[in-house]
Design a binder for this molecule. Structure first.
Ligand SMILES: NC(=O)c1ccc[n+]([C@@H]2O[C@H](COP(=O)([O-])OP(=O)(O)OC[C@H]3O[C@@H](n4cnc5c(N)ncnc54)[C@H](O)[C@@H]3O)[C@@H](O)[C@H]2O)c1
Length: 429
């Protein structure tokens, strides 16, 4: 049969690991479970010879978590050629609410494809390490055939090693009475450190999606601290705002939301964000031709989208986690699959070289298209009018002010913080 195993007991992971010690797992499942072949890591390959099972005491094995310690190999002739090279994905804040939804979407194959095996590298904080073990246990119990490796840790220099994607979700929430400037400083420090770690150990073409708030400026800090990684590879998540805008337009027009296209969120992921109804389309027609209620478009629509996160918190007492995870999945899919003809998607990206006249050297949400290779181009077939431009400038001013607040974290001298208004994040009330 050519099947061989090295096995260590599932319960072995229950003893707490010393802080700072990374534990990972390499999964090589039997063909029966995978419905195809398995990839053999260097470590596992060393343990498996001539189809004979070998066992290694878990205590002597580094990088091993529970069931992911089980290693299997198949004879070369049993391997199919349909499986792609493993994609390494780091997720920070992996024990948090958003990740609790996202990790299972990633492991299911829904995001990177049903023929794409993945490794999940989970980064937590010291306080969340035990919860991280719980997350890894749930991943064990889910028996995902595409999930080949799981590792957990609190040191970004270990967790980010060789990663192809870094989904940076972990951040501190704004506490009661905390100024936006204080939040920028506290969370900015996290993203400066993580940028340095990515620069040192990640794949040089790693794609980075910053979710932790304030995500635009955190993404700017992160890219400034990772000079060896193309600035173009950094994104701030505004896809949730786009999805919310599509939903509101569909509701108002009385159509299913798959009829809504070309929706752009311009600017900052804050209440200055600009949901663009000038360029958006419903069933291929300009929104303004379908929705004649200009007052609704100019006032209610914009405010509803900007404040949707806060409204949701008021309803059920916690911030949107599931729909955020969905939007992260959407944001990645938009980069790894070709954009439908004529459409585009919103993502917060580095402005240098933008054709719209938006200030250079900030991270600003704009309309993009991808060929599905992980890269993107800015859409150029975009209309602008005074109403749209005025609002874009307001969001731009906010981001320029945020940038000054974090100058000490971007290598641009002393910080001077004077954010014009203490605007809210969309999830704040
Ligand atoms: N961009 C968006 O559209 C969007 C939408 C919703 C939420 N968010 C933001 O996403 C972030 C996470 O939200 P959540 O609901 O999952 O929060 P959460 O509090 O449930 O989880 C955050 C997790 O991050 C961990 N963490 C904190 N500092 C860390 C660090 N330095 N390294 C690794 N992990 C760290 C915490 O221990 C916690 O487990 C927040 O900043 C939130 O404001 C962004």
């Amino acid at each position: 049969m050519g099947l061989s195993t090295a096995y260590s007991p599932v319960g072995s992971h229950l003893a707490p690991a010393p802080l700072g010690h990374r534990r990972s797992a390499q999964l090589h499942r039997p063909r029966r479970a995978l419905l195809a072949t398995v990839r053999c890591s260097v470590d596992a390959a060393k343990q498996v010879q001539d189809g004979v099972a070998t066992a290694e005491a878990p205590a002597t094995r580094k990088d091993c978590f529970g069931v992911f310690c089980t290693t299997y190999d198949l004879k070369a002739e049993d391997k199919t050629k349909s499986w792609k090279k493993l994609v390494n994905i780091a997720v920070s804040g992996a024990a948090g609410m958003i990740s609790n939804h996202l990790l299972f979407k990633l492991a299911s194959g829904e995001v990177f494809g049903q023929d794409q095996p993945i490794a999940l590298k989970l980064l937590g904080s010291e306080r969340s390490f035990q919860a991280l073990e719980g997350v890894a246990m749930e991943l064990e119990d889910s028996l995902y055939p595409l999930l080949r490796e799981v590792s957990i840790g609190i040191d970004p220099y270990e967790v980010f090693e060789d990663v192809d994607w870094a989904l940076l979700i972990g951040a501190k929430p704004r506490g009661p009475g905390m100024e936006r400037a204080a939040l920028l400083d506290i969370n900015g420090q996290i993203f400066a450190d993580q940028g340095k770690a990515l620069n040192a150990v990640a794949s040089k073409n790693v794609k980075v999606l910053v979710v932790g708030n304030p995500c635009n400026t955190n993404a700017l800090i992160c890219l400034k601290n990772a000079p060896d990684i193309p600035a173009k590879n950094f994104h701030a998540l505004t896809r949730l705002d786009e999805n919310r805008a599509k939903c509101q337009l569909a509701l108002k027009a009385g159509v299913f939301y798959d009829k809504v296209s070309n929706v752009t969120i311009w600017g900052n992921h804050s209440t200055t964000q600009v949901p663009d109804f000038l360029n958006a389309k419903i069933d291929g027609r300009p929104v303004k031709e379908v929705i004649k209620d200009t007052k609704w478009l100019e006032e209610e629509f914009t405010i509803t989208v900007q404040k949707r996160g806060g409204a949701l918190i008021q309803k059920w007492g916690r911030s949107s986690a599931a729909s955020t995870a969905v939007s992260i999945a959407d944001a990645i899919k938009s980069l790894v699959t070709p954009t439908p003809e004529g459409d585009w998607f919103s993502t917060g990206v580095y402005t240098t070289g933008n054709p719209y006249g938006i200030a250079e050297d900030i991270v600003f949400s704009m309309p993009c298209r991808s060929k599905g290779d992980g890269d993107y181009e800015l859409a150029t077939d975009v209309s602008m009018d005074d109403f749209l431009w005025e609002r874009i400038k307001k969001s731009e001013a906010e981001l320029l002010a945020e940038k000054k607040c974090v100058a000490h974290l971007t290598g641009e001298g002393n910080a001077y913080c004077d954010v014009p208004e203490d605007t809210m994040l969309p999830g704040e009330v």
